[in-house]
Design a protein around this ligand. Sequence first.
Ligand SMILES: Cc1cc2nc3c(=O)[nH]c(=O)nc-3n(C[C@H](O)[C@H](O)[C@H](O)COP(=O)(O)OP(=O)(O)OC[C@H]3O[C@@H](n4cnc5c(N)ncnc54)[C@H](O)[C@@H]3O)c2cc1C
Length: 389
Amino acid sequence: MKKHYSAIVIGGGPAGSSAAYTLARHGIDVCLIDKAVFPRNKLCGGLLTLRSKKIFSQVFDAPWDKAFELEANGVKFFYRETQLNSVENYSQLFFTCRIDFDDYLIKLAASKGVDLHLGDPVASIDLKHKTCRLRSGAEFTYDYLVGADGVSSIVAKTIYGSAFDKQKIALALEIEVDREKVGRLITNPEIYFGVVNWGYGWVFPKKNTLTIGMGGVHAKNPNMKADFIAFTKGICGDVPTEKIKGHHIPFGDYRKTPGQDTVLLAGDAAGFVESLTGEGIAFAMQSGYFAGTSIAASLHAKNQTGALPSYKDKCREIHNALNHANFLKYFIFPKASEYLFVRKLLPDAKALPFRHMDLMAGTMEYREYAKYLASRAFKRITRRALFLK
Ligand SMILES: Cc1cc2nc3c(=O)[nH]c(=O)nc-3n(C[C@H](O)[C@H](O)[C@H](O)COP(=O)(O)OP(=O)(O)OC[C@H]3O[C@@H](n4cnc5c(N)ncnc54)[C@H](O)[C@@H]3O)c2cc1C
């Protein structure tokens, strides 16, 4: 077995598989290590936007239609149990089960020549000697390391002392239920505001099941499990018997410099999840791709500056999207603005749900959406002030 690689990628989620695939495509010898044996599940709503589709097609030379199991073309918005607005027959959203999606991507990486080392967690990283030590006792050395090992990243912990800031991280809870449990046909996703602080609830359609979930800033939701049970009771009519699973999710708190020296962080390990909709898969694939191209260019050019400056530069595109979403979250989530934007504007403004769907689908940029929301709010406030006079 080979003991040294030009690049080692830790984590076989969308970030890791994209990075490893890209490196192999550029002729770099690369090993992907994951603690799990694939196919493995990952807690996730499985919503893939058109942004995900676009990035997937940029990274992988493979058919998109094998990446998802169901397509939707609208969305319904609720405030608690009251429907506020809906969009139908509009744009495309795709739904996948991560057990299949991640297996598809890691197999694509293997088909490009990536060596897989699975079922063996990385236990420690020696940055000085560029060595990964695995639980089995195996050791691998590298020229470059990509930390794509998710929100609790051991690579981020090694560099920064902790993987994330407990005050800023979000928690998401989910159950997967049979469609018969909900007494109505659900073909488009449903978004529920007002059910959790600084977050939202969702019901996402899958081929045979429904994913019911809720996510919000952990520090602001001390009773999230009880809130989630109440939410699912509202959807299913009864307390769920399915096991409730939870997973942390970054909430816009990302690494400005995603890495150190010859170590690059990608996906959740770098905090690349957008805080308004919780979209992370697209940014995971995109950052993995950026990490792969930056490392390949640096190795081919044998440059002294290394891959990190170029990677940081490329990630600016992701940072911009996350910054705008961070700004927008103050329009949607605090109680006062939630009243104006969610409860007043969303039911009234005919175009707003379409624009929100554009954002979810990835066909409208965050900057444009922020401008649009600000102008709608300004119009409503001035109209009200004039009317009161
Ligand atoms: C409940 C929930 C719902 C979500 N819904 C959506 C959604 O609908 N759409 C969307 O776009 N995003 C969603 N997200 C976010 C999305 O799941 C993540 O952003 C995405 O999975 C990040 O991909 P990644 O490759 O960075 O990390 P991950 O997918 O977490 O992959 C990390 C990999 O690293 C491996 N690993 C971890 N530690 C080690 C170790 N020590 N040694 C070896 N391997 C290790 C793990 O086994 C795993 O395979 C959701 C998140 C949650 C929690």
